[in-house]
Design a protein around this ligand. Sequence first.
Ligand code: GAP
Length: 499
Amino acid sequence: MSKIVSLCKRRGFVFQSSEIYGGLKSCYDYGPLGAELKRNIAAEWWRSMVYERDNIVGLDASIMMHPQVWQTSGHLSGFSDPLVDCLNCKERFRADKAPRAEPGSSVNYVAGGKSGGAKLSAPVTDKGYVCPQCGAPTLSDERQFNLMFRTSLGPVDPLTEVARELDGKALPAAKIREMLEDAARKSVTYLRPETAQSMFVQFLNVQQSMSMKVPFGIAQVGKSFRNEIVTEHFIFRSCEFEQMEMEFFCEPGTQKEWMTYWRDERMAWYHRYANDKNAFRLRAHENDELAHYSDECYDVEYMYPWGWGELEGIASRTDYDLSRHAAESGVKLSYFDQQKTDPATGKPGWRYVPYVIEPAAGLTRSVLCFLIDAYAEETGVDAEGEGKTRVLLKLHPRLAPYKAAILPLVKKDGQPEMAMELVKEFRRLGINVSYDDKQSIGKRYSRHDEIGTPYCLTIDNDSVKDGTLTLRDRDTAKQVRLPVAEAVAAVKARLDAGM
Ligand code: GAP
């Protein structure tokens, strides 16, 4: 993991946000190559979800929505994690993720959690967990911490309003809190914690404007925000992240077969781009893991360096969301199928609330997963017989930031001009390539191996004389000679292979 984090910074994939000011916890910026990788993953998802299907269309909804959306969806009351403070080292952590210990057993820890502190011991409470940082069982009560970021819309600052009201008054803390909540409520809005809800509340607009017939889906890629208590593992869990979600609306009673279909489709999608297919698995949720509205759920899990963890959730959400939003808004979020018979009345025509299957993937988490899957080190010997290690990113060509690097061997003798002509040809086709004439050819090959460029096309002296070049394959390091005129077609054929 530390090698990947270091490569990400060194080669312009991911930087710490606001680094010159010491960074901001869990916030990351995608550098020139990270932005390309992220866009390519999203584009492949969009291609497989939207462009290759007649029954799925896209949406790009606003991040801030009417606050009632979050009231209705249950996020305001239930989208929270149990937060606990360690009274010994002051660490804040999630109770449900804390290390477990036998209630009543005695555990040892160090005062203040710092080395050199007094050695103490105390019994584990009947909650059965200890502080993940210092191991102490001396903990505050659990309180629910809502993960949504709250903000206010409009030019009124609720704090100024309350400050004015409080001026000169001495009130108890609970009263001040109530006044603050009241003032905030007037202009409150939230940063969305998932992209999904906009697809439910726009169900009717999309269905009617596009004359969609059930079964159909709405797909969306976009930012989501969660004020996570614990952010971890680089970009795996951050407060600002991107999701790729699709809501698939189907007839009640057909949800089981659609769940099987989408579960298998999504696994096949990851396998298409993976080097190590065994590092992906499907895990069915146990009954006690299921949300109250869900009748089946699978996680696509990936074997991260710290163990199996979630990459995507595929949930059967029944008719919960559409029914809830219909009940609260008063707008009928249902579908009328003229061809069907109403099972309740036996009459032709059936109006029903569609059931939903939701494959919900993390885009930024996929960036991490594909980087880990692609990272490889190969040991060999160089031309002088010295042992050396080659670092390479075996990214699928479709995901790679650059599809090819065009390298003039020297910066003279017509080679740069010839290389530039080739670059232009690729760019005319919308294929992102890199023109690179810096440093020795060996260093350039190493650089492009390390950023995952699948092909290097080298223009040399012979190219100018006979119109041929060398095409070097990143993974095998093998080189073949071919006519310059065939280079674009050769790279294009390789990009399309296996798709
Ligand atoms: N609409 C359903 C939903 O949002 P989720 O399991 O909470 O489901 C879906 O999120 C995916 O979004 C996860 O599988 C994960 O890949 C990604 N994700 C969730 N929280 C994240 C975070 N804090 N940082 C990065 N990715 C996250």
